[in-house]
Design a binder for this molecule. Sequence first.
Ligand code: APR
Length: 226
Amino acid sequence: MVILTGAGISAESGLGTFRDEGGLWAQHRIEDVATPEGFARDPDLVHRFYNARRAQAAAARPNPAHQALARLQAQHKGEVVIVTQNVDGLHEAGGAQAVLHMHGTLAGALCAACGHRWPAPLAMRTGIACPACAAPAGRPDVVWFGEIPYFMEEIFAHLAAADVFAAIGTSGEVYPAAAFVDEAHLAGARTVELNLQPSAAASRFAERRFGPASETVPAWVAELLG
Ligand code: APR
């Protein structure tokens, strides 16, 4: 089973989504805070954006949706992979074990010079030195637009063997994640979307359940666990 999650699963933990009314992309320009070019142009702005999100994520608590997925993983050891587009770390805080962070995590820092990764301080600043190569090239270890998401080979291998594919709290607007449902269909998997409202990919799912994740996900997991 492969479960893809997006910002909507963390909305009820108080973390903003991107494309809902007043979301992050209504407050900030993607090209300024979520591209390598934006970081090169104004690293201070980018660090301020991610420092604020890192502080919010540190103060946020997992909600019943995160906890329900952790229960599902615990009951079906090794058979439930969570692929998240989120960088907030709430799946692990809710008890999940196998989480593939395809867009990286706020908890990570990355050296733009040598590729070294280390735990990010709560507040990163421009010119932060890499502990490995000492270059003043530290950046948030998140995947920006125009960069290649992490774990893609592993994710496609899981999709090729999936019996069930669920997408939770994602608008289906960003690729390659928005095409995972098609890969799952090719593998003959049952597909279900759990979202507040129909996503852009809704019509490509065999089943759709609408409502807040903190209600729909525990109900769905309870059915699966019987
Ligand atoms: N319960 C369930 N779904 C919800 C809830 C909720 N409480 N609140 C919002 N949603 C749904 C919205 O209806 C929307 O379809 O979550 C989705 C959030 O969509 P986006 O804001 O586009 O977030 P996401 O799909 O995760 O974005 C994907 O885009 O900008 C990039 O890197 C960023 O990882 C992000 C990617």
